[in-house]
Design a protein around this ligand. Structure first.
Ligand code: PNS
Length: 163
């Protein structure tokens, strides 16, 4: 069984994340999407809401499991008996932060390998942060997030007046 862990905040899941998840399932038998329990970051959606959204959006993709974790990623990897971390890289600007994390994780546990994957070109500018900002300001994000996420955004966020 080849297992990969795809960790992140996923606040909320975007089409870019979903694209990476699909690609990883072509390479691994099990893909554990691991939501960081980072309530300190004042997320828009609770961990359970984020997990539920990911589960709904990945229902039809075989091999995907949705988990959450707190503390160190490498400790979670040990608990689920996995040693491959997948991260999506959109632009060169992502690389520095990702390199630091990958090397730190390797320093913490030498058996943990990080692989970087590229999303489809049309999602290279999509981030959860920008999706929330654009939606708040009345912009159309329907092409950037799965339908259940768009519905949840509509329920959760007031759109700016005049937008
Ligand atoms: O979607 P994000 O916010 O870029 O994901 C970042 C994440 C969750 C992968 C990263 O913050 C993480 O792994 N946090 C857990 C704490 C940890 O292990 N820190 C040391 C590794 S650098």
């Amino acid at each position: 069984m080849r297992t990969a862990v795809y960790p992140g905040s996923f606040d909320p899941l975007t089409n870019g994340h979903l694209d990476i998840i699909r690609r990883v399932t072509h390479l691994f038998d099990r893909v554990l999407v691991a939501v960081l329990e980072n309530e300190g970051k004042a997320p828009l959606f609770s961990v359970n809401e984020r997990k539920e959204l990911i589960a709904r959006c990945t229902r039809e993709i075989p091999g995907v499991e949705v988990h959450s974790f707190s503390g160190l990623l490498v400790d979670f990897m040990g608990r689920v008996n996995a040693n491959v971390v997948v991260r999506g890289i959109r632009a060169v600007s992502d690389y520095e932060y990702e390199l630091q994390m990958a090397l730190m994780n390797r320093d913490l546990n030498a058996s943990v390998e990080t692989i970087f994957m590229l999303p489809a070109v049309e999602y290279t500018y999509v981030s959860s942060r920008l999706v929330k900002e654009v939606f708040r300001l009345g912009g159309d994000v329907a092409r950037l997030v799965p339908a259940p996420v768009l519905e949840s955004l509509k329920q959760r966020l007031p759109v700016a007046a005049g937008a």
